[in-house]
Design a protein around this ligand. Structure first.
Ligand code: SF4
Ligand code: SF4
Length: 278
């Protein structure tokens, strides 16, 4: 049985909010029985774009992470809700039945991703449906995916075995795997949101020039250098995809004809070291 899956490339999301607006346009003031009742005009963000700033001046990186319902196979919302107010279809889509869930505000707190929203006026919990009413009419994409100007989102309909191949070949990840919920939403370049970097610049003390092509090696404890980068023509470097709060790292900066600089960084979050003079 083929199932629906969403792939989001964090590096391509520019926070334009077109996806959020397309969702609002589709669901505000529109009922799609039996799947959903109208979304309120304000408050709900069924496609919720999270923002994260990494580093500090002058090396700042901002990443945007669109978070819809993940349509989990092991959905916490289903497990924690009595009865069949929430159900999963054979095509992978998880839905909240607006009739059966009426009045059950507690359902909002069952999702570890915060993907369920409370509609005060209609007294129902609500969330992304992957635009199931459109898929049933033969559409191949939900409104958010159609509206994305940067192709940051792809919607695929495939067997699980095919999906596993795509996950492996494109190195896709899931967000917050600690929930063990087996989501149907996958991410590329997730490190832009979840991991951190060490950045800086290298310059030559005697000439006051940028040190282009300086080798920056990063190691941890007694481990051999696990990453090496060369500075660009401004003398800048960035070592990315490091775990936050992962302890002390040693850096060595080498440049022909100059004494190697050695320094250590106790990494908590992304850090910009400023200029290292050789
Ligand atoms: S993301 Fe949350 S609301 Fe969506 S299926 Fe998973 S647990 Fe349920
Ligand atoms: S439409 Fe695309 S680029 Fe714009 S916020 Fe949504 S995912 Fe990001």
């Amino acid at each position: 049985m083929k199932k629906w899956n969403l792939i989001i490339d964090v590096a391509k999301c520019h926070d334009c909010n077109n996806c959020f607006l397309a969702c609002k346009d589709e669901y505000y003031d529109n009922d799609f029985p039996p799947y959903s009742v109208a979304q309120p005009r304000h408050g709900h963000r069924w496609m919720n774009i999270m923002r994260k700033e990494r580093g500090g001046y002058p090396k700042v990186d901002v990443a945007f992470l669109p978070i819809p319902c993940m349509h989990c196979d092991d959905a916490h919302c289903m497990a924690k809700t009595k009865g069949d107010a929430i159900y999963k279809r054979e095509d992978g889509i998880v839905l909240i039945d607006p009739e059966k869930a009426k009045g059950q505000k507690d359902i909002v707190d069952t999702c570890p991703y915060g993907a369920i929203w409370w509609n005060d006026e209609k007294a129902v919990p609500q969330k992304c449906t992957f635009c199931v009413h459109l898929l049933e009419e033969g559409w191949e994409q939900p409104r958010c995916v159609q509206a994305c100007p940067t192709d940051a989102m792809r919607f695929i309909h495939c067997e699980d075995s095919e999906r596993e191949k795509i996950i492996a070949s494109e190195k896709l990840e899931i967000y917050q795997p600690q929930h063990k919920s087996k989501p149907h939403v996958f991410f590329q370049n997730l490190y832009r949101y979840t991991q951190c970097f060490i950045a800086g610049s290298v310059a030559l003390q005697d000439t006051d020039e940028c040190a282009e092509g300086a080798k920056v090696s990063v190691s941890k404890g007694n481990e051999k250098a696990f990453d090496e980068v060369l500075t660009n023509n401004y003398g800048d470097f960035k070592v990315d995809k490091l775990e936050e709060s992962s302890g002390e790292y040693q850096l060595e900066v080498e440049y022909p004809g100059y004494e190697t600089a050695k320094l250590s960084v106790d990494l908590k979050t992304s850090v910009t070291l400023g200029t290292i003079f050789l």
